[in-house]
Design a protein around this ligand. Structure first.
Ligand SMILES: *[C@@H]1O[C@H](CO)[C@@H](O)[C@H](O)[C@H]1NC(C)=O
Length: 209
C-alpha cells in the first residue's frame, strides 16, 4: 500500500513536473538574434513561431500580433510604425539587452489566434524570460496591450509606457539619442596642427631662400 503510494507520487512528478519531463526544450537566443531585421524585429512563420512559443532561454519576448499593412485598420498601421521605432531605438540604446521583438501576422500563422487568444488587432504581448523548461506562450504569465484605439496611439508614450513596464526599463531607454555634436575641441586641435605645419614650412622655405 505504502509502496504503491510512493510509485504513484513518483509517476506524478515524472508526468507533471515539466522541468523534468521537458528538460532542454528552451531554445538558444543566438539564432533569433541573428535573424533580426534592421529594426531589430524577427518575423515569425509557423515553424519559427512554434520554436519561440516554447521559450527562448533567458530572454524577454515582445510579440507583436499585427497586420501593419491592413488598409482597413489605421491603428494597425500606426502601431506597426511605433513598435518598429521602439525596437530600433532600444537596440541602439541598449544593444546587449536580453529582449527579442517578434512580428506575427495572425492570418499567416493561424494557430496564434487560438494559442495566444487574440481577439483584436493589434495586440502586443510581453513575456518575461522563462522560469520553467516546459514554458509555453499559451499558458505562460505575460502582460498584454490590445484593442488600442487611434486616439490612444496618438499619445506617443502610450505603447512606450507599456513596454517600459513589461521590460523593467526606463522611458529614457526608448528615447532617440541626439546625434553626436560637432567636436570643437578636436577640430581646434587639428586646425592648430595645420597652422603649425604651415608656419613650419613657411619658415623652412625662408631658411632655404
Ligand atoms: C527592475 O530594474 C531595477 C533596476 O535595474 C532592479 O533593481 C529591479 O530588481 C528590477 N525588477 C525586476 C522585477 O526585475
Amino acid at each position: 500500500m505504502r509502496a504503491s503510494f510512493y510509485v504513484i507520487l513518483f509517476l506524478n512528478i515524472l508526468l507533471f513536473d515539466g522541468n523534468f519531463l521537458a528538460a532542454g526544450l528552451l531554445s538558444n537566443p543566438d539564432k533569433f538574434i541573428e535573424a533580426r531585421d534592421a529594426d531589430g524585429i524577427v518575423k515569425l512563420d509557423k515553424r519559427s513561431y512554434m520554436r519561440v512559443s516554447e521559450g527562448i532561454r533567458d530572454t524577454y519576448s515582445v510579440v507583436l500580433v499585427n497586420q501593419p499593412y491592413a488598409e482597413a485598420c489605421d491603428s494597425c498601421i500606426l502601431f506597426g510604425k511605433q513598435a518598429r521605432e521602439i525596437s530600433r531605438t532600444l537596440l541602439q540604446n541598449k544593444p546587449d539587452i536580453n529582449v527579442i521583438f517578434y512580428d506575427i501576422d495572425p492570418y499567416e500563422v493561424l494557430m496564434v489566434q487560438e494559442d495566444l487568444r487574440i481577439e483584436y488587432l493589434p495586440t502586443l504581448l510581453i513575456y518575461p524570460p522563462p522560469t520553467r523548461k516546459n514554458f509555453h506562450m499559451s499558458t505562460a504569465a505575460h502582460t498584454r496591450l490590445t484593442a488600442m484605439t487611434l486616439e490612444e496611439l496618438e499619445d506617443v508614450n502610450y505603447v512606450k509606457n507599456f513596454i517600459t513596464n513589461g521590460l523593467n526599463i526606463t522611458l529614457e531607454d526608448l528615447e532617440m539619442t541626439v546625434p553626436e555634436q560637432f567636436n570643437v575641441v578636436s577640430y581646434g586641435k587639428y586646425f592648430g596642427i595645420f597652422v603649425a605645419t604651415g608656419i613650419a614650412s613657411e619658415a623652412l622655405l625662408a631658411v632655404l631662400k
